[in-house]
Design a binder for this molecule. Structure first.
Ligand SMILES: Cc1cc2nc3c(=O)[nH]c(=O)nc-3n(C[C@H](O)[C@H](O)[C@H](O)COP(=O)(O)OP(=O)(O)OC[C@H]3O[C@@H](n4cnc5c(N)ncnc54)[C@H](O)[C@@H]3O)c2cc1C
Length: 459
């Protein structure tokens, strides 16, 4: 299998979710693998994405739990003064360092040659890492993405999501600009931690990539939880009052917000700058992503790309799944596939929004407007009968009338991510509404609502 003309059979650029998985799997198959990483192993997810975000989400969740506990008879002190931000940061940093070490051990033990440094192409089979040249029969680009920065006056005073985990102090007033899942998550998490949060979004509704009913429902719950949401509004300028001082954000409606921190979370772009892709003949699309075919092969036959640098579904499990398909195709039996149709995903706000499959508009476009039957319900979960909070839960099912398959499942509520993961298995196995109806519920639970939806919404 190995080709002695090259230093490596497979050279992986980027030690994040996709790159690490591909390198490990290929090395385990006896392939000579080199991996270049210019920062910390584990990439976005481990260092500045899913993991630290979820840890901070847990931290924020306690604030809600403390508030609710009163309704159940617990007498607790005020929460706001109780959060030790430095303790939270230190705990997160320790856990991330532990994960970095695990990634390193796994790679080294599987025989991957680790090459710390920035990699770039010098032709289709040559990669240069900090001045050293390596040849490779094939190269996998898994360099991920990077936050987009705005072009407004004073943008240098804003931070991107990478910086949010290590702010010197918890901002008393935070402005979050954006309306996607990362903006919503940071707004909700920092609101839970005790910051006064204003979320500024240029469109009327948040979370355009999600089912509209679910997204609108979450927007109302976020507002009810205390996030000040300003829609149809943009930040037009940022100004710092004095060196190291507070920020003033001027909005398109003329108002001015005072803030300790302004976060821009307006989307991410593929990370291809400085990679020398043109020297290797690799084409990019209009959004700057590497163009790949159904087998993740780029316009250069020896170069592959997976994850955020090429995918439209920018999620860790998608990057790892794509990586495994590439390695399986190159060095295995080639049977692996990624099913992009029923990918479950969650927005880790309080409450969470989670989805699997199509949103209503997408489902009507894909299966025919008249073929989609909608079931939905919103209710106060039993937990809130005594919690003192009026938070509501939302569930929605979309069924294709033609074959009775459940093609969309959406939820806003506690632990929606955990709940939707289970239903995603059923949906990938082709579950029909009849299967849902025949399933006994776990009682009392919020998830049982999915198997007791009987009356469709009027068309
Ligand atoms: C705030 C935030 C929260 C998120 N939350 C979730 C979530 O809850 N669930 C989820 O599924 N996804 C989440 N994501 C998305 C997820 O992190 C990405 O989809 C995933 O990390 C993509 O993996 P990747 O392998 O494509 O790239 P990455 O994990 O970004 O890895 C790319 C690596 O390549 C390295 N690199 C780049 N260029 C070079 C070069 N020239 N030479 C050497 N190394 C290079 C980088 O340093 C990086 O380590 C989140 C992202 C963010 C920003």
């Amino acid at each position: 299998m190995t080709n002695p003309r090259f230093d490596f059979d497979l050279f992986v650029i980027g030690g994040g979710s996709g790159g690490v998985r591909a390198a490990r799997m290929a090395a385990a198959a006896g392939v000579r693998v080199g991996l270049a990483e210019c920062s910390a192993l584990g990439g976005t997810c481990v260092n500045v994405g899913c993991i630290p975000k979820k840890l901070y989400s847990f931290a924020a969740g306690y604030a809600t739990a403390f508030k609710e506990a009163g309704g159940y008879g617990w007498k607790l002190p005020q929460v706001r003064e109780a959060l030790d931000w430095d303790h939270l940061k230190a705990g997160r940093a320790k856990e991330i360092t532990r994960l970095n070490g695990i990634y390193q051990d796994l790679l080294v033990r599987s025989g991957v040659v680790l090459l710390p440094g920035h990699a770039c192409f010098e032709g289709a089979h040559v990669v240069v890492v900090d001045g050293r040249r390596y040849t490779a029969e094939r190269v996998l680009v898994a360099t991920g993405g990077t936050p987009r920065v705005p072009g407004i006056a004073g943008h240098q005073h804003a931070v991107i999501s990478d910086a949010m985990f290590d702010l010197d102090s918890l901002p008393d007033r935070l402005v979050v600009v954006g309306g996607g899942y990362i903006a919503c998550e940071f707004a909700s998490i920092f609101s839970g931690l005790g910051s006064h949060v204003t979320l500024v979004h240029r469109r009327q509704h948040l979370l355009a990539d999600f089912d509209e009913d679910a997204a609108h429902f979450l927007q109302r719950e976020l507002a009810a939880s205390g996030v000040d949401i300003r829609t149809d509004t943009e930040v037009t300028a940022l100004e710092r009052r004095c060196e190291g001082g507070r920020l003033l954000a001027t909005l398109s409606d003329g108002s001015v917000l005072d803030a300790a921190t302004v976060l821009y979370a307006i989307g991410r772009i593929p990370r291809t700058e400085g990679l020398g892709l043109e020297s290797a003949g690799v084409k990019l699309d209009a959004a700057g992503a590497i163009v790949v075919d159904a087998h993740y092969c780029s316009s250069a036959p020896s170069i592959y790309a997976v994850g955020d640098v090429s995918s439209r579904k920018q999620l860790t499990p998608v990057a790892t799944a794509e990586a495994m398909v590439v390695v399986d195709r190159l060095y295995g039996d080639g049977a692996r596939r990624v099913n992009y149709e029923f990918i479950p995903t969650a927005v880790f706000t309080h409450p969470q929004l989670a989805s699997c499959g199509y949103g209503e508009r997408e489902a009507r476009a894909r299966f025919g407007a008249g073929n989609i039957v909608v079931y939905s319900s919103d209710f106060k979960a039993l937990r809130h009968s005594m919690s003192g909070r009026n938070e509501r839960t939302f569930v929605k099912l979309l069924v294709n009338r033609v074959d009775d398959r459940v093609v969309g499942l959406h939820m806003v509520g506690d632990e929606a991510g955990e709940i939707v993961q289970g239903f995603a298995v059923a949906m990938n196995a082709g579950a029909t509404k009849a299967h849902f109806d025949a399933t006994i519920g776990v009682h009392p639970s919020v998830a049982e609502e999915f198997v007791t939806l009987r009356t469709p919404k009027a068309p």
